[in-house]
Design a protein around this ligand. Structure first.
Ligand code: FIX
Ligand code: ZN
Length: 424
């Protein structure tokens, strides 16, 4: 029971919620980040930050530069073009542009400069090791999960040479080619000595499982992950269905690790934009429900790219306790939509979801993605508590701390079988 002296006054609620959300460390369960030892895979600094593919897409709406002309430039010249178009000639109103402003201001840099000279001098004075610790501290990120693609030659070489990977950089084994392009995946596995073949059979599925076992032993991943197109259907007569049933699910079951599905991409609708060329579509959430129903002993992590699908995902999670919704992914990671998704999750799921992940590709982005997420989440969470208090519920700070810790890290730690912090 709540001790009377601990009960919060309505007038202090918003301040306390904002403080607790700001002070609670987060476990960032999906990023594209790497630790410093991974060299060129570890992206950081102003030229990478301004060259985020979200901003590249926005450049072409505010400049006469064509993609062909852009890609022919050096990284720093590309950053200059983006800076001039989105930050000098226009106000940084988009979420991605506002994010760069947040990072610069929190680092003590001037976001109103006509060029990137000051910022470049600042980053030139840092080592990536110093900067990594600084960014994780400012963003209050205790742990993060990488995206580790065994089909990426650079990544494969890094793991073969046993690069140092600090424990707070958890691994996720990413399997896109296996489920989305078996023709490419089977050949890549065969080139590594696995007896895979285009034509599936029980023996071929066993070899694919051996490939996953090999990488699970190397990475100790906290989950297996895949990004699936909005057209994903389960079950159907596709290779994808057969590989999920004969390879992925049995592997998750044997290793007792979750299966993370990120569903809704419409890949490369404009290939000229490269990483910025993807779009989205409305996905069939019945496929997720059937997977959860068929495999009650397997834990699923799911996020979706269509705003409308997020509501359906909340309803599906009410039906299946082995389904964990996570994050406001990609085109949904905008304050207005983060607030909407957070509100529907609290209303439908209480504190049982994983509210956000950063999807950061550049280390610096952790600073803004988590500052902006915390601002949106605080607003919605305070509103939920204020409705409870208005009905006479005696709320304490300790309850808010417990709830936020659960949504920011406890839900994932339990899902991934990681030690749960002992609380305050
Ligand atoms: O599939 C993914 O992991 C997506 O998050 C990326 O492909 C996407 O480009 C991205 O970084 C979105 O934020
Ligand atoms: Zn991602």
């Amino acid at each position: 029971m709540i001790q009377v002296d601990e009960t919060l006054a309505a007038s202090e609620l918003h301040r306390v919620v904002e403080e607790v959300v700001r002070q609670t460390p987060v476990f960032d369960i999906h990023t594209h980040l790497y630790p410093p030892a991974f060299g060129g895979l570890c992206l950081w600094g102003i030229d990478e930050l301004v060259n985020y593919h979200y901003l590249i897409a926005e450049l072409f709406r505010s400049s006469s530069v064509t993609p062909q002309e852009f890609w022919a430039q050096s990284k720093s010249r590309q950053a200059d073009l983006i800076w001039d178009a989105l930050f000098v000639k226009n106000s940084p109103l988009s979420e991605a542009a506002a994010g760069v402003v947040t990072v610069m201001i929190k680092l003590g840099l001037d976001p109103c400069r006509p060029d990137l000279k000051q910022a470049r001098e600042y980053f030139a004075s840092l080592t990536v090791e110093q900067y990594t610790d600084r960014v994780l501290e400012i963003a209050n990120v205790s742990d993060l999960v990488m995206t580790n693609d065994p089909f990426n030659p650079t990544e494969k070489a890094a793991w073969k040479s046993h690069k140092d990977c600090p424990e707070r950089f958890h691994r996720a084994l990413r399997m896109d080619p296996i489920l989305n392009d078996w023709e490419v995946a089977h050949a890549a596995m065969a080139a590594e000595g696995f007896k895979t073949h285009l034509q599936l059979s029980p023996q071929i599925s066993d070899e694919a499982r051996r490939f996953l076992d090999h990488w699970i032993a190397r990475l100790s991943p906290v989950y297996l992950a895949v990004s699936l197109p909005y057209t994903f259907k389960y079950p159907d007569d596709s290779t994808c269905t057969r590989l999920i049933q004969e390879v992925v699910i049995p592997t998750c079951r044997e290793h007792r690790i979750p299966f993370a599905m990120m569903i809704g991409v419409s890949r490369q609708v404009n290939p000229a934009l490269r990483d910025a060329g993807d779009s989205l579509g409305y996905a069939d959430l019945g496929s997720v429900e059937r997977l959860c129903a068929e495999n009650p002993d397997v834990r699923f992590l799911v996020t979706v790219l269509s705003r409308e699908n997020q509501h359906a995902l909340c309803v599906a999670a009410r039906k299946f306790s082995n389904l964990m919704p996570f994050g406001c992914w990609w085109f949904l990671n905008n304050p207005s939509i983060v607030e909407e998704i957070t509100a529907e999750r609290l209303e439908l799921l209480g504190s049982t979801a994983i509210l956000q992940h950063s999807d950061a590709r550049i280390l610096d982005q952790l600073i803004y993605k988590w500052a902006h997420a915390r601002r949106a989440i605080s607003r919605v969470l305070a509103e939920s508590y204020s409705r409870l208090m208005a009905d006479g519920y005696p709320l304490s700070r300790k309850q808010i701390e417990r709830d936020v810790e659960r949504m920011f890290s406890g839900n994932f730690r339990r899902w991934a079988g990681l030690p749960v912090s002992t609380g305050r």
